[in-house]
Write a protein that binds this ligand. Structure first.
Ligand SMILES: *C/C=C(C)/C=C/C=C(C)/C=C/C1=C(C)CCCC1(C)C
Length: 251
């Protein structure tokens, strides 16, 4: 009985961080199921995009399963698991931009540039969180390096190639959808660096008395918004043209 009970994960009622790890896990799982099932219903040209949405949320669900346990067992940030998850899922979000702009002529080079920027952003962020003692000097430096990658993606989505191609797509739904994704990158993704700066030693950690695990609150909420939200925007684009099995309306 003793051992049985000790295997049961429990959430302390006053721990919002643990709460978001559990709800985040379930939300990612449900979203992945949804995207995988809906993939079979949309038209052929959208199937890969839906598959990628399912992979993003599915990969996140698996990592949340482990992060949740890690956090409840140790009470510490699951930094390594977090960054492994992001290193897989953020490049896949870059792939979504490529897939949506491909019909308008996007080349694989665009995808690789976005992926390279995301890897720079994440590797620098990992250094800033994992290999410093929280001293401001280091984490600010790595935070700034990381931001270079972020700004590159932001610029490409708002003013660069992605924007230009989205306008050349001659598909108002795609143009509007990409604009919404660009908003996600601007507002939804900004939650991460804000959380990072709230950590001990960070610029925003003034008088809040926040501990380092509070950052998980930011990251968990942002992940749910961005990964599920991104997927839903892609889903909306796909179904705006109807489902694969629908007969064209008879005039
Ligand atoms: C699904 C996960 C996503 C969309 C993760 C996005 C993460 C970021 C945009 C992180 C950005 C950071 C900075 C711009 C500077 C400080 C370090 C980071 C890694 C938190």
């Amino acid at each position: 009985m003793q051992t049985l009970l000790s295997n049961i994960v429990s959430i302390p009622v006053d721990d919002p961080v643990a709460f978001t790890f559990f709800t985040g896990y379930m939300a990612m799982f449900a979203a992945a199921v949804f995207f995988f099932f809906e993939r079979s219903r949309v038209k052929g040209k959208w199937k890969t995009s839906l598959l990628v949405s399912g992979l993003i949320t599915g990969i996140a669900a698996v990592h949340y399963y482990y992060m949740r346990d890690y956090y409840t067992a140790t009470g510490e940030n699951p930094t390594a698991l977090r960054y492994i998850d992001w290193t897989l899922t953020v490049p896949l979000m870059c792939v979504e931009f490529y897939l949506l702009t491909k019909p308008a002529g996007a080349k694989p080079a665009l995808m690789w540039k976005l992926i390279a920027a995301s890897v720079l952003m994440l590797v620098a962020g990992y250094y800033g969180e994992a290999f410093t003692d929280g001293s401001t000097g280091h984490s600010v430096t790595w935070g700034v390096i990381s931001t270079i990658g972020y700004v590159y993606i932001l610029y490409t989505a708002w003013f660069g190639e992605v924007k230009t191609l989205s306008e050349q797509s001659n598909n108002p739904t795609v143009t509007r959808g990409i604009r919404t994704l660009a908003w996600f990158v601007l507002v939804g993704w900004a939650i991460y660096p804000i959380g990072y700066m709230c950590m001990p030693g960070g610029w925003l950690n003034t008088g809040l008395g926040w501990e380092s695990t509070n950052v998980d609150l930011f990251y968990n909420i942002a992940d749910a918004i961005n990964k599920i939200g991104f997927g839903l925007v892609v889903y909306n684009i796909a179904v705006s043209e109807g489902y694969a099995d629908e007969k064209p309306a008879v005039a």
